[in-house]
Write a protein that binds this ligand. Structure first.
Ligand code: DMJ
Length: 563
């Protein structure tokens, strides 16, 4: 026998004896522990039985509060510091002219009226019913009360110097805004209003809570991108992550203006978190669109996220298409004009739009029609009126056609002003026709409403910034007076059902975008250009300004010198 193997055998058996011995000890120890735990539990149960129902409930509540507190502490973990852009022009803009100063004050007073009434009657609800004086919501926000008006209004409050109101909103967000809810929301709407609103509130105030909430929400939106093509669903359930598309959208498609209006916010999310996931999602959409064939160079509004094929060939610069084009231009601006790919896509798209969709009416009004299956519909939506501002904003940097695009922007502004001027209330209809003798006027009853939309005023503001032509302030003031006269009620501001009737019925909704956009653009129209200068800020499609990511001009987050 090999002596080595005896030694080895002994060694092994020693180890076995030791191991089994220890195992026995451990088993005994465990038994004792279980016995002790049982006895303790029994004692506790006996004690508990002596307690009243109320005492037991209070204990459960304390336990729950502890868990919530632990979760909150976990949630509040600061994100890694990143260099943040130098933030210029976040306050000020005081006009020198007395008349302009008074107009600006009036707009601020309108904001107070809208906010205060929401504060009294709709607090925490998504929107307000100013006549019924209670909360309101729509399916874009799912079935939860997410305080959409608070989040959407924050930056307007901030730039107007309404700091108590801002803090009040912040407190509500800190204590109540929770995205772990079983609710199916619109990815696009939640992105532009909530993520956009929270990011801007963060940049303006430097308060971490806004950034953290924005990131928490963005994480909840990510499952919407789990489709065969990576084109996101229109809606996602914040709890389950299950996504789907609107039933009315052509052939189960996702909508161009929805999946194409995520870029600005998602780039900022990646920038602030250092996590490329958001950037990758939106760049994937862009790459996919680049590869697709476009009929007549136009992007159809519908794309099926399962097959990657276009749905109905409908192209519009108004609803369903609008902010996709806006975000191509703004991606370039936000990148400090380094994202040339985005600029090229914008230029190509706008050229095709000009060729096929933009026409002049007999009366000399330039309008943007809609392309439907090879046919031009001579109808322009209120939403399409934002394009006047977009053309002006994109003029600089265009292919040697800066003058042309500024002029085109001015022509669209004039047409949209006409659509307001040709009504009884001096407020524009939802959409208007150019057909024979009919020019810039709504024909169908269902198109005659005004829901406090911002697009026409937005265009006036951009045109004002680029030209300083006083007509834009005058037109903006006309709109402000009309809103004050026909939409103001004791409980806030309401949309109206027919702008051609001098005694219109109210729709009883104060839209969150009225505070985010309409009043903000009006306020900026009567402010100096040093408030939110356009070479430092790019407005998302809900009028939430995001800083240009100019890396040479950054400083560490938290440095008070930047605020
Ligand atoms: C806003 O939510 C945004 O401007 C969006 O891009 C289009 N519609 C509304 C306002 O009309």
């Amino acid at each position: 026998m090999d002596p080595m193997s005896i030694d080895t055998g002994l060694f092994i058996s020693e180890v076995l004896v030791l191991t089994f011995g220890r195992a026995r000890e451990e088993e005994e120890h465990l038994r004792n522990k279980i016995r002790a735990d049982h006895e303790k539990a029994l004692e506790e149960a006996k004690e508990k039985l002596k307690k009243s129902r109320e005492e037991i409930q209070a204990e459960i509540q304390t336990e729950k509060n502890k868990v919530v507190q632990e979760m909150k502490t976990k949630e509040k973990k600061p994100l890694p510091p990143v260099p943040i852009p130098n933030l210029l022009g976040i306050s000020g803009g005081d006009p020198e002219d007395n008349d302009i100063k008074k107009k600006r004050e009036k707009i601020k007073e309108m904001m107070k009226h809208a906010w205060d009434n929401y504060r009294i009657y709709g607090w925490g609800h998504n929107e307000l019913r100013p006549i019924a004086k209670k909360g309101h919501s729509t399916n874009i926000f799912g079935n939860s009360q997410l305080g959409a008006t608070i989040v959407d209004a924050l930056d307007t409050l901030y730039i107007m110097g309404l700091h108590d109101e801002f803090r009040d909103g912040q407190k509500w967000i800190e204590d109540n805004l929770d995205f772990s809810v079983n609710s199916e929301v619109s990815v696009f709407e939640v992105n532009i209003r909530f993520i956009g609103g929270l990011l801007t509130a963060y940049y303006l105030s430097g308060e971490e809570v806004f950034k953290i909430k924005a990131v928490q929400l963005a994480e909840k939106l990510l499952p919407a991108f789990n489709t065969p093509t990576g084109i996101p669903w229109a809606m996602v359930n914040l709890k389950s992550g299950v996504g789907r598309n609107w039933g009315w959208a052509s052939a189960g498609s996702s909508i161009l203006a929805e999946f194409g209006t995520l870029h600005m916010e998602f780039v900022h999310l990646s920038y602030l978190t250092g996590d490329p996931v958001y950037y990758k999602k939106v760049m994937h959409i862009r790459k996919l669109l680049q590869k697709m064939e476009r009929p007549n160079g136009l992007y159809p509004n519908y794309l099926n996220p399962r097959t990657g094929r276009w749905g109905q060939y409908h192209t519009s610069v108004g609803g369903l298409g609008d902010s996709f084009y806006e975000y191509l231009l703004k991606a370039w601006l936000m990148s400090d004009k380094t994202d040339h790919e985005a600029r090229k896509m914008y230029d190509d798209a706008i050229e095709a739009i000009e060729k096929h969709l933009i026409k002049k009416s007999r009366g000399g009004l330039t309008f943007i029609g809609e392309w439907k299956n090879g046919h031009l519909e001579k109808k322009m939506g209120h939403l399409a009126c934002f394009a006047g501002g977009m053309f002006a904003l994109g003029a600089d940097g265009s292919r040697d056609k800066a003058g042309h695009y500024l002029e085109l922007g001015a022509e669209i502004a004039r047409t949209c002003h006409e659509s307001y001027d040709r009504t009884a209330l001096k407020l524009g209809p939802e959409s208007f026709k150019f057909d024979g003798a009919v020019e810039a006027v709504a024909v169908r009853q269902a198109e005659k409403y005004y829901i406090l939309r911002p697009e026409v005023i937005e265009t006036y503001w951009y045109l004002w910034r680029f030209t300083h032509d006083p007509r834009y302030r005058q037109w903006g003031w006309e709109a402000a007076l009309a809103i004050e006269k026909y939409c103001r009620v004791s409980g806030g501001f309401s949309g109206v059902k027919d702008v051609y009737s001098s005694t219109p019925a109210y729709d009883d909704v104060q839209q969150s975008f009225f505070l985010a956009e309409t009043l903000k653009y009006l306020y900026l129209l009567f402010s100096g250009d040093d408030l939110l200068p356009l070479d430092h800020w790019v407005f998302n499609t809900e009028a939430h300004p995001l800083p240009v990511l100019r890396l040479a001009n950054t400083t560490l987050s938290g440095n008070p010198a930047v605020r």
